[in-house]
Design a binder for this molecule. Structure first.
Ligand code: NOJ
Ligand code: CA
Length: 546
């Protein structure tokens, strides 16, 4: 294995080609055995992350929260949830990661706070029309007595996006009622978030992942426009949608960029934006956040043509926006890709989860094969790549969680019609046995299935053919190979995606085997057959012949 070049913590452009590992803190590692992952657990696992070879860690919310939405209901933007740790421990985690030259990205949730936030509590206590209410979106209702919501807007999690308070006004929440939306036309809200960015930047945080970045600017002009259903496909693509991806949102992020550039090196940021095709890259412009997750690819089945189209489009949109690309296959909101690629292409993932994963049956072997191939393809592309905890173990979705164990508000809010996202948030298996498979000394806040034993990190670490070893090898190689921001995609058989980088290339065979071009095979997701045949559902990296 080549030696890892030392990462330079002063490099201002580190994020452009970084491999960033997402930690969902409550499900990563539990240091005190209470069943909830925490900073002490994360501290213990810093050597694991260093051995994996990631450039940065993104921490999903660890802030004080009533956990109405897995921590994305933040009650205090400047503290750590006592169940997860303390600010002191946070500083220790940052120091330990920095000592390994691993950078730290934290989640920031600006569209809404938690309902326990002091501002929202003050708004509830204050009168209609007060400055306290003006930080959120309070409106009188419709109907003779204001008994109807101010508009027909629906919440992402099901049900109306408005909740009435005792004095008769209503407040907006595009997610759960415990997640009141801020009014971003209010300068006080803007100032507050600039200050929060500085708070964490001063603590040494290297970057921010921006939650619901496409949602901050809304058309709140009276009368409120009708918006009966939320669907990504229906969002207007000219920047004038009522709720999402409005042009004004970019002015907010230009303000953020000015704050982030007060630091040396400038702090990085990545947008979680669900925007119409071609508009995603706008969030990544150099005077804005710099990065935006490329979410078009995660909607695609395991198909060479679909992958090629999405990859080329994303590179093209990024180039036109003066940005680089940010790839992702899985996160805490998506069905894990090892499962997605083991299901028929046309499967409705929501319905599949509701059947406890029984219908249709998942082909675990194919799913894992393809997940490994997809990871190598992704890591061969120019730009940055985000990995989700557990994907380096090849972990599938836990589709058969009992309904009684679910934590995601989606389940309750949709009256049981949707199962929600808990299946990708089950605490990781670190060992093949022991309580909670080594997650902690006690149980796990979401039940782990028995088959988790087969994916234990400890066993995989000692197995050169494991998925963990594949990821380690790929990250070490990636760090040693020349990368720039160009790639070529030579035409070839339609089931093959070939990515040509400076002096090396990656070849992925989708669903059928392919003949490999010349060159030393550096790494492959499956054994190469006789006559240099790359088996179906596999990726190989090759050094170009001198
Ligand atoms: C996106 C987050 O990733 C998701 O988990 C959360 O529910 C919503 N934003 C609302 O904050
Ligand atoms: Ca704990």
């Amino acid at each position: 294995m080549p030696d890892q070049p030392v990462r330079d913590l002063t490099d201002p452009d580190w994020w452009r080609s970084a491999v960033v590992y997402q930690v969902y803190p409550r499900s990563f590692a539990d240091g005190n055995g209470d069943g909830i992952g925490d900073l002490a657990g994360l501290l213990d696992r810093v050597p694991y992350l260093a051995a994996l070879g990631v450039d940065a860690v993104w921490l999903s919310p660890f802030y004080p929260s009533a956990l109405a939405d897995g921590g994305y209901d933040v009650d205090d933007y400047r503290d750590v949830d006592p169940r997860i740790g303390t600010l002191d421990q946070f500083d220790r985690v940052v120091a330990a990661l920095h000592a390994e030259r691993i950078r730290v990205v934290v989640d920031i949730v600006p569209n809404h706070s938690g309902s326990g936030h002091v501002w929202f509590q003050a708004a509830l206590a204050a009168a209609p029309g007060s400055v306290e209410r003006a930080r959120y979106v309070f409106r009188d209702g419709l109907g003779a007595d204001g008994e109807l919501p101010p508009a027909d807007w629906q919440s992402h999690f099901g049900g109306p996006a408005w909740t009435r308070v005792p004095d008769g006004q209503w407040y907006l929440h595009l997610f759960a009622p415990e997640q009141p939306d801020f009014d971003w036309s209010n300068p006080e809200v803007r100032e507050e978030f600039h200050d929060v960015l500085r708070f964490w930047s001063d603590r040494g945080v290297d970057g921010f992942r921006v939650d619901v970045a496409h949602g901050l600017a809304k058309d709140l002009s009276e009368p409120l426009a009708s918006y009966p259903a939320i669907s990504r496909d229906a969002v207007r693509s000219d920047g004038t949608d009522v709720l999402f991806d409005r042009d004004e949102v970019h002015e907010i992020f230009r303000g953020w960029r000015r704050v982030l550039n007060e630091y040396d090196p400038p702090r990085a940021a990545v947008a979680e934006a669900w925007a119409p095709e071609g508009r995603l890259a706008l969030y990544a412009r150099p005077d804005e956040l710099g990065q935006t997750f490329e979410f078009d690819l995660v909607q695609e089945p395991w198909d060479a043509d679909r992958f090629r189209v999405r990859i080329l489009d994303a590179l093209d949109f990024a180039r036109r926006a003066g940005a680089s690309t940010t790839w992702v296959l899985s996160n805490h909101d998506l069905v894990r890709h090892a499962s997605r690629y083991g299901l028929p292409d046309d499967v409705d993932l929501g319905a599949w989860l509701m059947s406890d994963g029984a219908e249709p049956a998942e082909d675990r072997e194919a799913g894992l094969r393809r997940a490994r191939a997809a990871a190598l393809l992704l890591l061969a592309l120019p730009g940055s790549a985000y990995l989700y905890q557990g994907e380096e173990l090849g972990l599938p979705e836990v589709a058969d969680l009992p309904f009684s164990a679910l934590e995601d508000p989606v389940h309750v809010r949709t009256g049981g019609r949707r199962k929600g996202r808990d299946g990708s948030r089950v605490p990781l298996p670190w060992t093949a046995d022991g309580p909670s498979f080594g997650f902690g000394a006690g149980g796990a806040h979401l039940p782990q299935p028995g088959w988790f034993a087969r994916y234990a990190a400890e066993d995989q670490a000692g197995d050169p053919h494991s998925t963990l070893s594949l990821y380690r090898g790929a990250l070490a190689l990636r760090a040693s190979l020349p990368v720039d921001f160009t790639a070529e995609f030579p035409a070839g058989p339609s089931h093959v995606v070939e990515v040509v980088r400076p002096g090396w290339r990656s070849v992925t065979a989708f669903r059928e085997p392919a003949a490999l071009p010349e060159g030393e095979v550096l790494l492959s997701s499956a054994p190469i057959g006789p006559d240099r045949r790359l088996p179906a559902d596999a990726t190989a990296w090759l050094r170009d012949p001198a």
